[in-house]
Design a protein around this ligand. Structure first.
Ligand code: SF4
Length: 406
């Protein structure tokens, strides 16, 4: 049965511009139908695929089948001309589902299903192309109705309260993140405070009729004395700095054009590089070709006012997440509050990456588009929730947001 799909109340744009970034820097997970289709295509009989594995098992994804890669990290089916070999030989419908759908995404709410775009595609991050509503017909043909009710993620901790309470909290977060009267960083800091307040509720014992009042009170309180955070900005302490830079190394590696981290060995080298970066006074240049070696204190200097065009790709990313709820519904193992904190962490990280990327020049909108791509690619990583939870609880997350927004 075809799925009932709507576009979001905001207008997102995307068209494929054939940059092939998704064929170079993405792990494509395969379902049983994809694997069977690839087997029926008998690639082993094509001269260029003799002795070449086209599907491998990913240890990092619990031995799930994924498309194999060449030594340079690109997809095994990517041709020298930057085209997909499956598409060339068998047509678009013969490709794995994830390749056909990317970067279009479906977000399932209790009774609604929305189409949005993953901004890990550079064209989606830059919003180049037609409105997503014009891709709905294509997406409807691709996505099956999975039937059954989807469970709402827990609001806080492991306490699942159902869709009503999820929506109360998510709507308050949406109001905050889309409030154009405030600069984005203030909205982010307010959200962090709102999450800390909401977490103090004893959700297990909260009566359903009290939820709206609790949320209204938290919304009002989260604004209280927010100005002081920006007036008396605090330099990140040693422990916070180290953790922040360790996480920063992960996002630098997610930048377009970086070394692939697909195997356990890649991850081992990446972990060692993160450890070095966390402690170094000079940030090394070996993480990514786009990031030059730089003294760590250079990234603590104020950036000065940024043009609206520079901040726009980041703001649009936040708004799309907030309106679609994708930040929470794509990571249903995390609670709503943890997902929100993960999203808010993207702000200080974006501003730190911007300092490094544009270390000797003025930052541009193109820099921010690449940063959004890297953030989208990196935000699902395991371990991020725990680190960000600590930063939020210790009030360091809001301080980081204020510090790097200078
Ligand atoms: S990354 Fe986006 S623009 Fe580039 S080929 Fe993939 S879908 Fe097209």
């Amino acid at each position: 049965m075809a799925v009932r799909l709507s576009s979001l109340p905001i207008i997102e744009h995307w068209n494929c511009h054939n940059c092939a970034a998704c064929c170079r820097e993405t792990v494509i997970r395969l379902d049983a139908e994809d694997v069977a289709r690839l087997q029926s295509q008998q690639w082993e009989q094509q001269p260029e695929f003799q002795g070449v594995r086209v599907v491998r098992r990913s240890v990092l994804l619990g031995r799930a089948p994924v498309l194999a890669h060449k030594a340079d990290g690109s997809c095994v089916f990517l041709t020298a001309a930057g085209l997909c070999r499956i598409h060339e030989v068998f047509g678009a419908d013969a490709k794995p589902l994830a390749c056909r759908q990317f970067p279009l995404q479906v977000v399932r709410w209790e009774r609604k299903t929305f189409a949005t775009v993953l901004r890990s595609c550079p064209s989606a991050a830059a919003e180049r192309g037609r409105p997503v509503s014009e891709h709905l017909g294509f997406l409807k043909r691709l996505v099956k109705d999975e039937g059954g009710r989807v469970a709402a993620p827990a609001v806080a901790g492991r306490v699942r309260r159902g869709w009503n309470d999820f929506e109360y909290v998510a709507s308050a977060l949406e109001r905050c993140l889309t409030d154009e009267r405030l600069p984005l960083v203030r909205r982010v800091a307010k959200c962090v405070r709102f999450c800390n307040l909401i977490e103090q509720c004893r959700w297990k014992h909260l009566a359903p009729e009290s939820v709206a009042g609790v949320i209204q009170a938290a919304e009002e309180l989260s604004d209280h004395e927010l100005g002081e955070l920006f007036r008396d900005r605090v330099v990140p302490g040693k422990r916070t700095s180290r953790l922040f830079r360790r996480l920063g190394a992960h996002f630098v590696r997610c930048f377009p054009g970086g070394k692939p981290t697909r195997t356990l060995r890649d991850h081992w080298y990446a972990m060692r590089a993160s450890g070095r970066l966390a402690k170094a006074h000079t940030l090394p240049a070996d993480l990514h070709p786009r990031f030059a070696a730089v003294a760590s204190e250079q990234l603590e200097r104020a950036l000065g006012p940024l043009g609206d065009d520079v901040l726009k790709p980041l703001e649009r990313c936040f708004v799309a997440h907030a309106v679609s709820r994708r930040y929470a519904l794509s990571h249903s193992n995390s609670s709503l509050l943890d997902s929100t904190r993960r999203l808010t962490f993207m702000h200080p990280m974006a501003m730190w990456l911007l300092r490094w990327l544009a270390v000797d020049r003025e930052p541009t909108a193109e820099d921010m588009i690449e940063i959004v791509v890297a953030l989208e690619r990196g935000m699902a990583t395991a371990g991020l929730d725990r680190a960000v939870h600590w930063l939020a609880e210790s009030r360091e997350l809001e301080r980081l947001a204020a510090w790097y927004a200078r």
